[in-house]
Design a protein around this ligand. Structure first.
Ligand code: SF4
Ligand code: SF4
Ligand code: FES
Length: 249
């Protein structure tokens, strides 16, 4: 099988503007991943091609890119899902809404700034259980935020969000997922503070419920549902179940 990759290239040191580079590879397999093909281009045709990757198994979240117009992890996207026949053409671009550093590598700092904004850590100033055990939590309480613990910070959701493209000050769906993970954790005591951050004009209300984020998430997180639950928590003035300090200890 032959695959032609059409890749958005840009080197700020030599290019005045981005351009499309085309690279044709023979002897490809239907179950090759896009990441393998990018490696072949880099190793066999053009060593200057820049992209991020690390685990190659859908865990580290570093190789998010726009593949045939949809945000995906290159290490999870199989050639067979991207076309039919003996010669498949695949278009690969950097994710949108973040500045391009080189080729498929974007500056993730604006994304991580929003992540840090929502206090992505457990806050609990009460003394831990005297016998040295961990703070206990019921399976039912854990289930409230189980989905949002699965985030790998790939940015596929935020970089697919038209509200974020229009206004980079919007915290974006990932930051809301991160806030949700702690807002609905009954061991956490910073619910009010996080809900205040979420209620900011650049917080959760900028979401227009377009659902791009949910379909972009490679972890299958129900992003838009989590956003809706955070909106409801703001309207209720709290998470509504298991307020801070109610966790068993
Ligand atoms: S549902 Fe909200 S956060 Fe998700 S893509 Fe649409 S506007 Fe953005
Ligand atoms: S919510 Fe999903 S798409 Fe968004 S950063 Fe986390 S894993 Fe990636
Ligand atoms: S390389 Fe780690 S998620 Fe793809």
């Amino acid at each position: 099988m032959r695959v032609t990759l059409r890749i958005r290239r840009f080197n700020p040191e030599t290019d005045r503007k981005p351009y499309w580079g085309e690279y044709t590879l023979d002897n490809c397999e239907p179950n090759d991943r896009v990441l393998e093909l990018l490696h072949r281009v880099k190793w066999e045709q053009d060593g200057t091609l820049a992209f991020r990757r690390s685990c190659a198994h859908g865990i580290c979240g570093s190789d998010a890119m726009r593949i045939n117009g949809v945000n995906r992890l290159a290490c999870k996207e199989l050639v067979m899902r991207l076309g039919e026949g003996d010669h498949i053409k695949i278009q690969v671009e950097p994710i949108l809404g973040l500045p391009v550093i080189k080729d498929l590598v974007v500056d993730m700092e604006p994304f991580f700034a929003h992540f840090r904004q929502v206090m992505p850590y457990l806050v609990n100033d009460s003394p831990p259980p005297a016998d040295g055990r961990e703070r206990l939590q019921s399976p039912e309480a854990r289930a409230l935020y189980d989905d949002t613990t699965k985030c790998i910070l790939c940015a596929c959701c935020t970089a697919a969000c038209p509200s974020f493209w229009a206004n980079g000050d919007y915290v974006g769906p990932q930051a809301i997922v991160q806030a949700h993970r702690f807002i609905f954790d009954d061991r956490d005591q910073a619910t009010d503070e996080r809900l205040k951050i979420m209620a900011d004009p650049d917080g959760v209300w900028r979401c227009r419920t377009i659902f791009n984020c949910t379909s972009a998430c490679p972890r299958g997180i129900e992003v838009t549902r989590a956003i809706g639950e955070v909106k409801l928590a703001i309207l209720r003035g709290g998470r509504g179940v298991g307020q801070a300090g109610e966790a068993k200890s």
